[in-house]
Design a protein around this ligand. Structure first.
Ligand code: MTE
Length: 327
């Protein structure tokens, strides 16, 4: 099942394209005049509420035509970043440190078969194939902003399922406090992993309550299609209130632990990248301000929002904490 849902966020109904229109447009787009029609339909999309939204089985999905949802926005009214930019301007150091080169270098990265081990302090640990995960957990579409620590941002329509659903399945032990994530280690296919400058594989971590927050997504796709290698196929993390580097790609291991994980970036530059990495316009990176950002596809810069605009959903997780010290 693919369920269209914007969890915990009040979205003005005028900003939403109902799923039946979204998918019927997609079905229509498989016809002959696809490209021209997509632009016209997106521009004239009727703006109605979600009441007509149903659900569509994955197998019913017509071939994806990303341009057809270009008329959609996030809950703040900002348009989606183009599919072109989302899939061609990437940070994925395992392939290249040049954002424009990642897609080409990752194109042939093998993502099948793929297994994810969910291990550590859990009562019911397990190893899941990617097919297993897709079948077991309802795939939802979530439109999230992504704010990179470097000062640029995008709005991305992800497909995926809440990390909490998987964690509930494996039943964290009572003393588990953190979740540690690991990217696959495959230096033959990921040339960047031969670089001595980083401690491979890429590692990230969340506190267990952050991991259980409903916004935290394990993504299997974007723009209605399965993830491409450059975006972290077949499974990547999306934590929209944190800087983009927390969104670890091509995950093979998820471990419940009682120790705060040390991420690749914490190990590489502890004074620049902390464990929390919550988007915070008031706490500068040592080498640049975080007060503003460049939205890819737009001119100029816009103010950065605390918690990337998701404060209502997540600020309570940090009540009483010094967010400058815990950066
Ligand atoms: N995950 C791995 N394994 N390796 C990386 O280099 N880069 C991170 C994050 N996840 C990275 C990663 C950074 S810095 C960002 S901003 C996002 O991925 C970028 O995601 P995108 O390329 O899908 O936009």
């Amino acid at each position: 099942m693919l369920i269209r849902k914007q969890t915990g966020i009040e979205i003005p109904s005028s900003e939403i394209t109902p799923e039946h229109i979204y998918f019927s447009r997609r079905a229509f787009m498989t016809g002959a005049a696809a490209a021209a029609g997509a632009a016209a339909l997106a521009a004239c999309a009727p703006k109605t509420d979600l009441s007509g939204a149903g659900s569509v089985s994955r197998t019913d999905l017509p071939a994806a035509t990303p341009a057809v949802i270009a008329g959609q926005t996030d809950e703040l009214g900002d348009p989606l970043t183009s599919f072109e930019d989302v899939t061609n301007y990437n940070n994925f150091y395992e392939f290249s440190t040049s954002k424009e080169a990642v897609a080409g270098k990752a194109a042939d990265f093998p993502t099948s078969p793929w297994q994810v081990a969910v291990t550590g302090m859990a009562r019911n640990p397990g190893v899941f194939s990617i097919e297993d995960l897709r079948a077991r957990f309802d795939q939802e579409e979530r439109i999230y902003r992504m704010r990179c620590v470097e000062g640029w941002s995008m709005v991305i329509p992800w497909l995926g399922f809440p990390l909490a659903a998987l964690l509930k399945e494996v039943e964290p032990a009572a003393d588990a406090r953190y979740v540690r994530f690991e990217t696959v280690y495959d230096p033959d296919n990921m040339p960047g992993q031969n670089s001595p400058f980083f401690r491979w594989p890429y590692v990230e971590g969340l506190r267990l309550d952050e991991a259980m927050n409903d916004l935290t997504l394990l993504s299997t796709g974007l723009y209605g299609k399965e993830l491409l290698p450059q975006n972290g196929a077949p499974l990547r993390l999306v934590v929209p209130w944190k800087y983009g580097f927390k969104g670890i790609k091509s995950i093979v291991k998820i471990e419940l632990t009682d120790e705060m994980p040390e991420s690749l970036w914490m190990a590489a530059a502890p004074n620049e990248y902390g464990f929390y990495a919550n988007v915070n316009p008031e706490v500068s990176h040592p080498r640049w301000s975080q007060a503003t950002e460049r939205r890819i596809g737009e001119g100029g810069r816009r103010p950065t929002l605390p918690f990337n605009g998701y404060g209502e959903q997540v600020a309570a997780l940090y009540a009483g904490m010094d967010l400058a010290a815990n950066f």
